[in-house]
Design a protein around this ligand. Structure first.
Ligand code: PMV
Length: 369
């Protein structure tokens, strides 16, 4: 599917049956300040801050048909997929907000640009793309203009209801999700983009995803979030996340790479500390993950090159660095890190560039199949 052939949703009437179609491409994102723990329905216990990736994305097309009984068909990479059940539950959840949902059959096609279990959040890009399609169909259904900031907010909110972190995927660059003191318009319901003032050094942010283990996750994120309900450190974790969002935002504004590094690593390790100290506890880092962490820190000290790591709820490591250091860091990866990766696998990614207008989103329209 081409990126550039912009089209709007269409209505086909040829066979006497109606079908509406919407297609979107949406990136995955990686959190720097981690969302861990929820309350109510898919609302975060603490604010989080992330950026979207460029090469890791999902393309989704949603077709609505008006024939027969309500059903959901979901094809992932061209194959009928059991993920359809999760989509069905999701559609039921959001039918309170989008009333026409129950009137249609859904045929959904989805495809990821990245492999499964690669340490990239596929639920974020999948629900992001899905929510963008549904939002477009909803706006068209109610005769509303899609070129409106409200469009992105709605898409973010619908994405959140599928998978919390997905709400941060519909915007370009960095975004924040969760009510916090720093941003008056921040919300637990949807994310907001950090459109202004981010120092140019961060527009060249790179993410090398070092694959330690592509096996299935030992703890799903929904189980993980629940561990925070009764966690001994719950209060201090929430306070820490607020503080880290504030400090990281300051680092982003001032271009303070040192501060950026110290907060990002503190967050990654705190997430895993929460898992290790919950009841039951989970130890997701592998010996090779630790080896990579040590080597990244050692390289930073020795070569005086600003690199750091972040980690999601798994053993794979995201090595973050800056554009100007690309040749040195890539040589370091080849020389010292690949031997600790599963079959030498890593994914070369970067931040998705900032758009010219704050009213535009990071998810983008894709061509018709
Ligand atoms: O959106 P979920 O429920 O898959 O949770 C994501 C949790 C982390 O990836 C560990 C952190 C985050 O903020 O993305």
């Amino acid at each position: 599917m081409g990126r550039s052939d912009i089209k709007t949703s269409i209505t086909m009437t040829g066979t006497g049956k109606h079908a509406h179609l919407s297609q979107w491409k949406c990136p995955s994102n990686i959190a720097l300040v981690k969302y861990w723990g929820k309350r109510d329905f898919q609302k975060p216990m603490n604010p989080s801050l992330s950026f979207v990736l460029q090469n890791a994305f999902t393309e989704t097309s949603v077709e609505l048909h008006k024939d027969g009984n309500r059903k959901v068909e979901y094809f992932f990479e061209g194959v009928d997929s059991p993920f359809g059940e999760r989509i069905e539950t999701y559609l039921n959840h959001i039918s309170g907000q989008i009333h026409w949902i129950n009137k249609y059959n859904f045929r959904i096609y989805s495809h990821n640009s990245f492999p499964h279990s690669a340490g990239i959040a596929s639920s974020a890009s999948s629900f992001g793309a899905m929510a963008l399609c549904l939002t477009e169909l909803d706006f068209i259904h109610s005769g509303k203009e899609t070129h409106h900031p409200e469009f992105w907010q709605k898409a973010s909110e619908l994405a959140r209801m599928g998978s919390g972190s997905a709400c941060r995927s519909v915007y370009p660059g960095f975004s924040v999700w969760g009510k916090n003191q720093l941003f008056e318009s921040s919300s637990d319901e949807f994310a907001m983009p950090l459109t202004e003032g981010v120092h140019p050094v961060f527009s060249g942010l790179r993410d090398a995803i070092l694959m330690v283990d592509s096996g299935a996750k030992k703890v799903s994120s929904s189980v993980g979030h629940r561990l925070m309900d009764e966690h001994h450190y719950q209060r201090s974790r929430i306070a820490q996340a607020h503080e880290n969002v504030n400090e990281l935002y300051l680092a982003l504004l001032t271009g303070d790479q040192e501060k950026f590094i110290s907060i990002v690593e503190n967050e990654a390790l705190s997430l895993h500390a929460m898992m290790m100290t919950s009841n039951p506890s989970f130890l997701l880092l592998k010996p090779n993950s630790l080896e990579l962490l040590n080597r990244i820190q050692h390289f930073r000290e020795k070569a005086k090159i600003p690199v750091c790591f972040t980690i999601d709820a798994g053993p794979n490591i995201h090595l973050l660095y800056f554009q100007e250091n690309e040749p040195d860091v890539k040589a370091f990866i080849e020389r010292e890190l690949l031997t600790f990766c599963e079959n030498g696998k890593w994914i070369d990614d970067r931040i998705n560039s900032l758009p010219p207008s704050p009213s535009e989103g990071g998810g983008e329209k894709i061509g018709i199949r």
